[in-house]
Design a protein around this ligand. Sequence first.
Ligand code: 2P0
Length: 336
Amino acid sequence: MSKSTWLATPNIAVVKYWGKRDSELNLPYNGSVSVTMDETVSTRTTVEFSPSLSRDIFSLNGKTAKPGETMRVSRVLDAVRRAAGVRLRARVYSENNFPTAAGIASSASGFAALACAAADAAGMKASSKQLSLFARMGSGSACRSVIGGFAEWKKGSRADGSDSYAVQVAPASHWPHLRNVIAITDAGRKLIGSDLGMQLTVSGSALYQQRVKKMPSLIREMKSAILSRDLPSFLTLTMKESSNMHAVMLDSTPPIMYLNDISREIMRAVHSFNEQEGETAAGYTFDAGPNAHVYTTEKHARKIERMLSDIEGVKKTIACRAGSGPRRLKEKDALF
Ligand code: 2P0
């Protein structure tokens, strides 16, 4: 039993998770595909199991976390404890180098770092499948962040969730020229959390069934675009999929609207950029928030960054690449 510190990064889905068939276990109705980001944005998490603790302690960005957040952390720790045969409670400190709940998936990097650090601190030599299953207990999308490069979360069909985890489609080195230019349009917390938003869509949107039905073929097409580095197909599928998710959100009761006027201006700007270039060279995707992730290649990244910065209301742009997944940090980098 030792102290362990890991760093993990968010992932941005190009085929998205929206809707749970089991909200305790975070089991999705459909599979999803994502790109794990490089360390431009990251979460660092230290875990130590200790006989002196009577309950799990969780501190996020230097502050004691709310009970609900600590409960989600304990769910991941419980899964690790069961697998490792450990009964001790743990101290968990976690820090993001980017704003929490700003449309950059902090829960994904956070729970991926937690899964890796907890398994390591418990003395386990966990496989990537096990780590993905642990991370999923904290947040669905986190199961993809334990995988470097391009990941597919297999939805699985078992009731206990044992076949619902992420696998690698291709490593980050497969497509080194790919870039994600993030445009921050609003860094505040979102009004409707993903969990409630998903429930409203599943129960209220008649379009949702159609979305779920076409997912297996979309996932096949997306993986094939990634494996053949087919940029126009990758970008077109990514934009259409983002808009499809936001369409079923709008079709929910009450309607869920994460995009704002600036997000829509970004969508228009990307389409006119592609028209000017005479090819599909950039493509946006939006998660449960108004910030844009614009995929493009190294060749166009500077131009895209300038174009996005010039849009009124864009507060900041961050350019990153695909990253290689979580890594263990040295003892001197521990948060306590
Ligand atoms: C995704 N999102 O695939 C989708 C796209 C947001 C839009 O996964 O309740 O934080 O913790 O399982 O993973 C955000 O939801 O939800 C998300 P929980 P999560 O990335």
